[in-house]
Design a protein. Structure first.
Length: 95
């Protein structure tokens, strides 16, 4: 159906468009529904892989405070650079 199709802009490389079409849409929809346009929102993101990273980017762009929950501090600097705090735990019962 044509409403599910859109043109990738001529100047956008496909390696950029791909993640936006997959992880971007997956994380954008709930953030748009529950965060966008609301003040003082705090978003928790579990994991900082492909979906988690995209969720952080979108949620911070919407003005939310973002906390990432992870099993390690390996990506703490990366999370901070995108505007999120990272909380790590090595306790399997707490994850």
């Amino acid at each position: 159906h044509q409403r599910f199709v859109f043109k990738v802009p001529d100047g956008m490389p496909l390696e950029v468009a791909g993640p936006l079409c997959c992880a971007g849409i997956t994380t954008y929809a709930p953030l748009a529904r529950h965060v966008m346009g609301k003040k003082d929102q705090h978003v928790g993101v579990v994991g900082f892989g492909g979906l988690g990273m995209m969720a952080v980017k979108i949620a911070t762009a919407m003005g939310a405070k973002v906390t990432v929950f992870s099993r390690s501090t390996a990506k703490k600097a990366e999370a901070k650079a995108l505007g999120a705090d990272l909380v790590a735990t090595s306790d399997p019962a707490a994850v």
